[in-house]
Design a protein around this ligand. Structure first.
Ligand code: IVH
Length: 694
């Protein structure tokens, strides 16, 4: 493999030639291989050798070269994962071999029984097993022909599934081509599981939460839902991954035996060697059932430490000839067995539903159940998100409900068990007035959530303050949930600006507040005055503005007040800001109450300026440029290449997304337009060169 220096040299060389169409087929293929190498390091081995910026540089260079030489694009180029159109309707496709289920076992005795039967049927004293995790995601089936991925499908009813090839191509750990022919394989059908890892699931739910949408129940549902989305670009955003664990069918090129597929463990090794994420490092080949049982028990204890969800182990008879001899039923293969971990579900009784008021006035029903232990945690309260969820799950007070809690995922009610319902069960009545301030609730037509629209509702005031001080917002340690509630009750604190004028003398007299904790609180509040602008914007609690959008907004302005003059259209021109978010931000900054809040914050000393100015130390990550006019020292293409080499981005026109316009001699309309935009900085060629330390 090439060294990093060689990769860099190759990139420079290709960039230099990108404008003139003289690029050679093998140079583009070299670059593709370099990118594939790094994707494999990142997505399969979890051992990246390149930073995101360098990877983007390679990827963008390839995109540029392919755009200049479209006939050289191959279907398995890394660029071909993106840019596909919306899936209209998924076509139904036949699996080459039906996708069967697995038989379940729950304890050592079940496994001992299965092993005994296998030995009887195969007339053997000893069986070689291969054991691997049972991944808790959505199953898929892939077909490769003549080394290319030609189809990806969902399980469907096991015989026919949905053709989701375009969505499958968004999963970076699935190779678009693999050298099967070298192993005498012309066509192969591979089975696996698509997963959303715990971290991505958590982050995704946080984004939903910021938009007041109900979070996804668990990573399994999230993965299944993601695979069936209409827009492959949305699929890409979910950062799915896939473990491939079974070869269900193959056609050899010649009649020679395919040694690499002679056992299950061999096939996992082959898949791994061809660049797939197979459970090669997670699997174990065992020679006794006792060894299998030990491995299952040991794995169960580390379940919570894994980055993804598993719900058991799968034990497979390893040699293919023994699998063939054991055969299958219509439901499951006899040569495989799932060992299911202890359930993370439990039943309980729904005792009551309380209605909580959020910081934006949203009314969230919360189920109060008879406390029940699930996976080592006692669960007594479960969010039901909105009225529709109550209806969809057919819930009544008094119902027996099935509750699930997966790892550190928040618990949720899977369903009610209406068959256990008795005449004492009562319907859940959704309130028509705010349970705290009694104002009538409203529900816009296109929303699922009822709201209290009284800005002065005390529940909202408290929730806004809790959000403002929270860890991801202004991060004021020592001013958490319960302290804010207490200070509010004592009238020490009535609104957000009041955080900066707390009566510390009185606080010092409260039980539990020693001189040290008062001093710590003072310091934390003082420090928060210089928090970054993005945190301040997030802390304001603008509807639909999560941490990411807050960063986008902060990067677009130099002072919080600037946003007051932004139109909905201008807001929408920002990356990832759609009409809903733009309208919400616009309305926020038009509302005198909010402008007064910003005034008051500034008055008490909160810094509302953008502090994180763009980096000018040669690292231009995330900074956007446009060149106009004639440059005197650099060729335009060289200047543009320099921007990309330093991690910057090139834009094609003047917009609010532009950070720097580099203006040369005789600059024309672009310069004029840029002068009208306060966010664009106009610099000379020399200034540009000094930014990158040249
Ligand atoms: S083998 C013919 N191996 O579990 C046997 N399945 O509950 C094919 N699953 O439908 C399945 N991890 O979606 C196999 N390591 C693994 C698995 C696995 C998860 C899923 C698969 C199957 C379901 C049965």
């Amino acid at each position: 493999m090439l060294s990093l220096n060689e990769i860099n040299a190759l990139t420079q060389n290709l960039v230099a030639q990108s404008g003139n169409n003289t690029v050679q087929i093998d140079q583009i293929e070299d670059l593709r291989n370099v990118i594939r190498f790094h994707e494999h390091r990142y997505y399969i081995l979890n051992e990246p050798l390149l930073g995101d910026t360098e990877y983007d540089l390679l990827f963008n260079t390839l995109k540029k070269l392919e755009a200049a030489n479209p006939i050289l694009i191959t279907p398995d180029s890394p660029t071909q994962r993106v840019g596909v159109d919306l899936n209209k309707n998924f076509a139904n496709v036949h699996h080459l071999v039906p996708m069967l289920s697995l038989e379940n076992s729950y304890d050592a005795d079940d496994l001992l029984d299965w092993d005994r039967k296998n030995k009887e049927t195969l007339k053997l004293n000893r069986i070689q097993y291969c054991i691997e995790p049972k991944f808790d995601g959505a199953s898929i089936s892939l077909i490769y022909e003549n080394d290319y991925l030609v189809r990806g499908a969902t399980r469907g009813d096991g015989v026919m599934g949905d053709d989701i090839t375009n969505n499958i191509k968004q999963i970076k750990s699935i190779p678009l081509s693999a050298a099967f022919a070298k192993h005498n394989i012309q066509q192969i059908e591979i089975r696996g599981e698509v997963l959303l890892n715990k971290k991505n699931f958590y982050d995704f739910n946080k984004q939903l939460e910021a938009q007041n949408l109900p979070p996804l129940a668990n990573p399994r549902n999230a993965a299944a839902g993601s695979l069936r989305m209409k827009d492959p670009k949305e699929v890409k955003k979910r950062n799915l991954e896939a473990f491939l664990y079974h070869v269900s069918f193959f056609n050899p090129v010649t009649n020679a035996p395919v040694e690499d597929l002679s056992s299950h463990s061999n096939s996992l090794n082959l898949l791994w060697n061809l660049g797939f994420k197979s459970p090669k490092n997670e699997m174990k080949v065992c020679h006794t059932i006792e060894e299998v049982i030990d491995y299952c028990f040991a794995y169960e204890s580390k379940r919570d430490d894994l980055p993804y969800e598993i719900d058991g182990m799968v034990i497979k008879v390893d040699p293919l000839e023994h699998q063939d001899a054991l055969g299958m039923t219509t439901h499951h293969p006899r040569w495989a067995m799932a060992y299911k971990f202890k359930a993370r579900q439990a039943t309980s009784i729904l005792k009551n539903v309380e209605f909580q008021v959020g910081r934006t006035g949203s009314i969230t029903p919360v189920a109060k159940i008879d406390p029940v232990g699930i996976g080592g945690v006692t669960v007594g309260s479960i969010s039901l998100f909105n009225e529709d969820v109550i209806r969809e799950k057919d819930l009544m007070i008094g119902d027996t409900v099935l509750v699930e809690r997966a790892g550190d995922v928040i618990p949720y009610i899977v369903k009610s068990l209406p068959e256990l319902r008795n005449e004492n069960c009562q319907p859940i009545i959704f309130p028509t007035n705010c349970p705290v301030c009694n104002s009538p609730l409203v529900k816009p037509l296109d929303e699922a959530v009822w709201r209290c629209v009284n800005y002065h509702c005390s529940a909202q005031i408290v929730e806004r303050m809790i959000h403002f001080t929270s860890k991801d917002a202004m991060d004021i340690r020592g001013l958490g949930d319960s302290i804010i509630r207490k200070f509010y009750e004592l009238k020490f604190l009535t609104d957000i600006p009041g955080i900066y004028t707390l009566p510390f003398e009185q606080i010092g007299q409260l039980e539990g507040f020693g001189a040290k904790s008062v001093q710590n609180l003072k310091t934390a509040i003082e420090q928060s005055k210089t928090q970054s602008l993005n945190r301040l914007i997030f802390a304001l609690g603008i509807r639909y503005v999560g941490e990411t959008t807050a960063k986008t907004l902060a990067n677009a302005v130099s002072n919080l007040y600037d946003l007051k003059d932004w139109t909905v259209e201008r807001l929408q021109s920002l990356e990832d800001v759609g009409p809903k978010v733009a309208n919400s931000v616009f309305e926020f900054f038009q509302n005198p109450i909010n402008l007064q809040l910003i005034d008051q914050l500034q008055h008490v000393g909160v810094d509302i300026q953008q502090k994180s100015t763009v980096q000018v130390d040669g690292n231009l990550t995330g900074v956007t440029f446009l060149f106009t006019g004639t440059l005197s020292k650099l060729k335009r293409s060289d200047a543009e290449a320099l921007v990309e080499q330093h991690g910057g981005k090139l834009l094609s026109g003047v917009s609010s997304k532009l950070n720097f316009l580099v203006a040369g001699e005789d600059a024309g309309s672009k310069l004029e337009k840029a002068k009208k935009l306060s966010t664009v900085k106009i610099i000379s060629e020399d200034e540009f060169l000094s930014m990158i330390n040249r």
